[in-house]
Design a protein around this ligand. Sequence first.
Ligand SMILES: *[C@@H]1O[C@H](CO)[C@@H](O)[C@H](O)[C@H]1NC(C)=O
Ligand SMILES: *[C@@H]1O[C@H](CO)[C@@H](O)[C@H](O)[C@H]1NC(C)=O
Ligand SMILES: *[C@@H]1O[C@H](CO)[C@@H](O)[C@H](O)[C@H]1NC(C)=O
Length: 568
Amino acid sequence: MFLSCIKTMNIIILFFLFCVGLSHGANQKTPFHGRKGQWQLLLKNTGVVGMHMALTYKNTVIMFDQTGAGQSRYKLRKRFDGTMCSTSRNDLIDSTCYAHSIEYDISSNRIRPLRLDTDPWCSSGSFLSNGTLLQIGGYHQGAKRVRFYRPCGNHQCDWKQSKKSLSDERWYASSQILPGHDRVVVVGGRRTFTYEFVPKISPNEKSFELPFLHQTNDRNSEGNNLYPFTHLSSDGNLFVFANRDSILLNLRRNKVIKTFPRIPGKGSRNYPSSGSSVLLPLDHKDKFQKVEVMVCGGSSTGALKAARRKRFIEGLRSCGRMVITGNKHTWEMDYMPKPRFLQDMLILPTGNILIINGAKHGCAGYDNARNASLEPYLYSPNKRLGKRFRVLKETKIARMYHSSATLLPDGRVLVAGGNPHGRYTFHNVAYPTELRLQAFVPHYMEKRYHTWRPSNLTIEHVSGGGGDNHAIGYGKEFSVRFLLRKRENDHEVKFSVYSPPFTTHAFGMNQRMLNLRCKRMVRRSEGWVDAVLEAPPSSFVAPSGYYLLTVVNGGIPSMSRWIQFVHA
Ligand SMILES: *[C@@H]1O[C@H](CO)[C@@H](O)[C@H](O)[C@H]1NC(C)=O
Ligand SMILES: *[C@@H]1O[C@H](CO)[C@@H](O)[C@H](O)[C@H]1NC(C)=O
Ligand SMILES: *[C@@H]1O[C@H](CO)[C@@H](O)[C@H](O)[C@H]1NC(C)=O
């Protein structure tokens, strides 16, 4: 009895040491030091502007713009009601003969049109725990609508509009999936100083006043607080940043429980100033309790008024980082290589932040920006202050207002859209409507690192999940297997999970990364490695739903696999 107990302990200690052994020396220089990445042109014409974009767990990407923009470059042969679109003059100018939403299939690099009944222009979105995209609000008749998109692998699925409507109009609002039940909170909108839940728990549940949205509203500049940055803290409270200020909101008690210091610097961070924000990766080492937000860029005070007179003021260079948990809150300031707004900020599988798209002068809105930011930046959160930004390979295609970007499961970043005009405009303007689809291919995908790249990642064994194959219960262990051809002892093997965002107007809603605990790791023959990982402890830390699991070997990520965290 005693002996066998010691034996078990020995085995555990051996495995454990091995896990730590692989994690030794995290600060070594990665082999790709100095590399800048590449650009790929994927499609010349997506037909519609990639203004809103979201990656589904079926490896498709949903994109849409606005039904009010008239004739898109995706002409339908048949209307969605089944009637033919002829070449008659009437049909040529009939907007129902044109698509305004598409599904992009990553593996075949093809698109197909999707049906929209009302206008989802400048709306928000969140994935539910079963992978269905819940998309909220829009313009005009779409402003109070809720739409569902249930992803599929067979090109048959489409948008469905809910019969229930929102309490308030949500145009330029942000949404966030919540812990526990499949509920989303949607915050703000133009002239809407409230938040509400979708779906409602009871039929008479209404929206809730949020005076903070009044206080931060810059009336002379179209708000400067639209598309507020919303992040779910791991205590279940909602962080809301608008204009220059931020609060922590307890949604159960409808109460502001913290008011954070104002971010330093002049200017504003939210639409139409349109900086961006991310939640930095959460880590198992502190039980996911340290929650830190980052806000970057934006426009200078008066930028909108000036842009209307065709004067384009330089944007903001500053970025602030602040820990929102605990009880000490200060913004640590840093500076991007150049001013930037209208940028997307995406968490790469390595845990670094990619800053891509945007402009240097002016602000968001129609024809309000000049000097496109053609070079992405790589921000390494764990490097020393002053050493965190790196300039990557430039593109030739401007992506400013109404562009977006999203991470793909193979590690590339899909980049689409750009249209600073109310309609599709291709001639005689500084920045024409942009329908080309690109991928930014980060340095870690170069051929020379293929031997470093963990491959053939599979999820082998799941204990205590739901019925589904890759559904994993909170706090449960699960095993993964992968091939690791080359590993040097001084490089770390890490495991991350990532919930892909709904991106629009320079903000990736619901984007979240967690570094998981590796409990043991064993090297088998011919390069195979088995690892036992621990799922996040609760839906406060990681709301239920689909995540991309990635193994990262010394800064080189594997292809990601979908897993789902559920309440067991
Ligand atoms: C997911 O849940 C939503 C809302 O309950 C439902 O409309 C949808 O059909 C579900 N999707 C799947 C894939 O089961
Ligand atoms: C574009 O940037 C350059 C260099 O900073 C600046 O001189 C120029 O005025 C900018 N253009 C506009 C239209 O703001
Ligand atoms: C790994 O995956 C690749 C591509 O999916 C496949 O061709 C190869 O046979 C796999 N290798 C092993 C050893 O299973």
